[in-house]
Write a protein that binds this ligand. Structure first.
Ligand code: ADP
Ligand code: MG
Length: 337
């Protein structure tokens, strides 16, 4: 199911003050896609997400889900349509005093799911999220990762075609985050559910998002296919997010001069790194010492950075830079370090 926001905006009014949480924004998310939105706190991510299922009413603009213009539905029609849009949250939103079974049952009852089919449906959902043996455990006794699995089972109970995720892994440790992201990927692939995920964590985006939008100040300031956004970031904030994963720092004791420079390059393909360095060692009469290097996988495609110090003849260093600039798949970057 596709999602289309047409010039949607949201202004909150509080005690005579107004906050433009989302500036007029248009966005199309394709059926079966995983779309990620990343931004710092206060960027407007949750507002945008909550406009998709009209948990927040837009101040202007329209929200089209599949064929339906949600902004024009009656409250009753909207309530029914919303059952096909699941949502999960950072804080899981479970009924802590109830069992896993009862938590899921609650959602099915609310949607008037045929009573006799409920037990089988719950079993099916528990299997899907890997909690087959936890049915009778109280939600309060589950780990964070297990709680989010119940959250996902609840969100999927009514066979939604869209799943909205608001910082769904932000309360979880890195390993559990990975396992939840894998589950979401699996659900996307096997059930064909369109997923919109908002987060402040690069880890989430680089693992799971087909496309990404970077949000700041109530706007999507940069967007595109995830790998291309993060291999060629344009906006400062986008660069900061890349910098955050690679975490390179230019050693402060290095004083850069024409004959002593720090160069950072990025590799857009795998295994090229070592060969390329050997080439540089062989072909240039320079001292080259590596300061930092790291390869990360963004949507399963490698993106490597290498930072090194070169010293020697200034003209020879310029020749080396020209060589880098002419080599396909390798680029100098100025924003890392
Ligand atoms: N219900 C609300 N009433 C007033 N202001 C709000 C409300 N919800 C969010 N805001 C404000 O809107 C801006 C965007 O918030 P939010 O969408 O929650 O950002 P994010 O999810 O990126 O952290 C913030 O300045 C926030 O304080
Ligand atoms: Mg938020």
């Amino acid at each position: 199911m596709s999602i289309q926001l047409n010039n949607v905006s949201k202004t909150y009014h509080l005690k005579g003050r107004s906050v433009e949480a989302l500036k007029p924004t248009s966005l199309k998310v394709e059926t079966g896609e995983i779309y990620g939105l990343i931004g710092y706190s206060g960027a407007g991510k949750s507002t945008l997400l909550r406009l998709i299922n009209l948990l927040e009413k837009p101040s202007a603009g329209s929200v089209i889900v599949g064929e339906d213009n949600l902004t024009e539905l009656t409250p009753k029609a909207l309530r029914i349509r919303r059952q096909k849009i699941g949502m999960i949250f950072q804080q899981f939103n479970l009924i802590e005093s109830k069992t896993v079974y009862e938590n899921i049952e609650f959602v099915l009852k609310a949607s008037k799911y045929s009573k006799k089919d409920v037990p089988a449906r719950i079993e099916e959902l528990l299997k899907l999220v890997g909690l087959n043996d936890k049915s009778s455990i109280n939600a309060s006794n589950l780990s964070g990762g297990q709680k989010q699995r119940v959250g996902i089972a609840r969100a999927l109970a009514n066979n939604p075609d869209i799943l909205l995720c608001d910082e769904a892994t932000s309360a979880l440790d890195p390993d559990t985050t990975k396992s939840i992201l894998n589950l979401l990927k699996n659900i996307n692939k096997t059930l064909g559910i369109t997923i919109v995920i908002i987060t402040h964590e690069m880890e989430v985006i680089k693992e799971i998002a087909d496309r990404v939008g970077v949000m700041s100040g109530g706007e999507i300031i940069e967007s595109g296919e995830t790998y291309s956004v993060f291999s060629h970031p344009k906006e400062k904030i986008t660069k900061d997010f890349v910098q955050e994963i690679y975490n390179f720092e230019t050693p402060p004791q290095i004083k850069e001069t024409p004959d002593n420079q720090v160069i950072t390059i990025q590799f857009l393909s795998e295994n090229a790194e070592e060969n390329y360095l050997n080439q540089l060692y062989r072909n240039f009469d320079l001292n080259i010492s590596i300061l930092n290097g790291r390869i990360e996988y963004i949507k399963e495609k490698p993106l490597g950075f290498l930072m090194f110090q070169v010293s020697g003849n200034a003209q020879e260093i310029e020749r080396l830079k020209t060589h880098i600039d002419k080599t396909p798949g390798i680029e100098r970057v100025g924003y890392i370090g």
